[in-house]
Design a protein around this ligand. Structure first.
Ligand SMILES: [Zn+2]
Length: 271
């Protein structure tokens, strides 16, 4: 599943090239998660602005409004001057005078939705429940500690929910908890302030590493999943069940929390 670093890397791969372009055609394939919400022809002639990211959504200003894009479970976006005719999994093409932005999404949980503004419905509705951006100055141990207070759910699941901070997808949540020395099963409300500071720092560090990896593969960026794969090769616990912890040598454990695999070191990570 494309996570925040993949979405941000995708944004960087086309934002500069498409800004200022003019829409010549919008082509739709099979239905995505939600309908486009406007007539495709209504976008013809509209000018494109600078793409922004919020959580795992991208906002692309187009004419008097914009398009909110989400890659869902299996989507990827590519921008190219010479796009081949749409294939079976290409469900949205934004054809411009500078090239075509194409959403390829075999499972079709992705979405492209028209909104008159990012802070008006439907965009505002979809973005309303998102937590802080991890690199926002307002995010840190204090915010995390305050937001976790009173929550009985396991810390890993509180992170994954995305309403406190965005970007802590499964792989990144596991890695950040390992780095901060926190047992993923610990009750969220019982993680103290100092450990919240460590967790916030760890999450930023892990995401920055993932973004660096994305940046290094930016030139050939085609597949949003390739990046998670390359980050995984650097993972300390994720995907390493039974292998020795990189710090203490204890075998890494895998458990299931909320139907997702959690990897952790039973010795380095405390409740
Ligand atoms: Zn260990």
């Amino acid at each position: 599943m494309p996570e925040l670093p993949e979405v941000e890397t995708t944004r960087r791969s086309f934002a500069d090239r498409i800004a200022g372009a003019t829409v010549s055609e919008v082509r739709l394939g099979k239905p995505l998660r939600w309908p486009l919400g406007c007539e495709p022809d209504a976008l013809r002639g509209a000018r494109i602005g600078t793409a922004l990211r919020r959580g795992k959504y991208l906002w692309l200003p187009v004419g008097s409004g914009g398009l909110l894009l989400h890659l869902g479970m299996s989507g990827s976006l590519a921008f190219g001057e010479q796009a081949a005719p749409p294939g079976a999994h290409d469900h949205f093409d934004l054809v411009t005078d500078r090239g075509t932005l194409r959403l390829t999404d075999p499972r079709r949980f992705g979405a492209v939705v028209w909104s008159s503004a990012i802070d008006a419905p439907p965009a505002a509705t979809l973005l309303a429940r998102l937590g802080l951006e991890p690199f926002d100055a307002a995010f840190g141990g204090e915010h995390l500690h305050r937001a976790l207070r009173g929550r009985r759910v396991a810390i890993k699941q509180a992170l994954l929910a995305g309403d406190i901070v965005v970007g802590a997808g499964n792989i990144y949540a596991c890695e950040a908890l390992f780095r901060a020395g926190i047992d993923p099963r610990a009750a969220a409300g019982r993680v103290g302030r100092a450990r919240c500071d460590a967790l916030a720092d760890a999450l930023r560090l892990i995401l920055a590493q993932a973004l660096d990896l994305g940046g290094s593969t930016l030139r050939d960026f085609r597949d949003a999943h390739g990046m998670a794969g390359s980050f995984q090769r650097h993972a300390a616990v994720y995907g390493r069940e039974g292998q020795p912890c990189t710090v203490c040598g204890t075998p890494v454990r895998r458990i299931v929390q909320g139907q997702r695999s959690t990897f952790f070191c039973p010795r380095c990570q405390r409740r």
